[in-house]
Design a protein around this ligand. Structure first.
Ligand code: SME
Length: 152
């Protein structure tokens, strides 16, 4: 199932030529096709902070400092972070009290963090290995496309 979805995503972004619409459609695509999510979106790395970008879901905090929250930790550590139960995570920032688990994947271009993809779920331990690996594949296609757009 994830294989077909990845092909569909590849087709969707094929003709995207603008960063803003690429990020907007990526968040909409994930939100539409993956169940049990209450928030999917991007925080972009601007002026050494994470700034809210295109997303699907409820209104969210607009600025996250490096090291703060799961997103800020992913920025500093430059790695994917899976939180099975946000209530047990000391560094989690609540944007929606319905959120129970969270996944953050950094988008790395030329060794710099361009931003992060953040997903929240109202279900505990929503982000199993298969789903994480699919979403990392999405981020890797997205990163390639962002690189192409930047080089134009
Ligand atoms: N929970 C995130 C904050 C962003 S919202 O979930 C949209 C965090 O701890 O970084």
């Amino acid at each position: 199932m994830y294989k077909d979805l990845l092909l569909a995503y590849e087709g969707l972004i094929n003709n995207e030529n603008y960063e803003i619409s690429l990020l907007a459609n990526t968040s909409a695509f994930i939100y539409e096709h993956i169940n049990n999510l209450n928030w999917v979106g991007f925080y972009n790395h601007i002026d050494n902070k994470l700034i809210l970008g295109p997303f699907q879901g409820k209104v969210a905090c607009n600025v996250i400092e490096p090291g703060r929250g799961v997103c800020g930790s992913s920025l500093v550590e430059k790695k994917t972070i899976v939180v099975d139960d946000v209530a047990n995570h000391p560094n989690h920032i609540y944007c929606d009290f319905n959120s129970k688990s969270e996944l953050v994947i950094p988008i790395i271009i030329n060794d710099n963090v361009y931003g992060v993809l953040d997903l929240d779920s109202p279900v505990l331990s929503r982000f199993d290995n298969e789903l994480v690996s699919f979403l990392e594949d999405v981020v890797s296609l997205l990163t390639k496309k962002l690189n192409m757009i930047k080089k134009k």
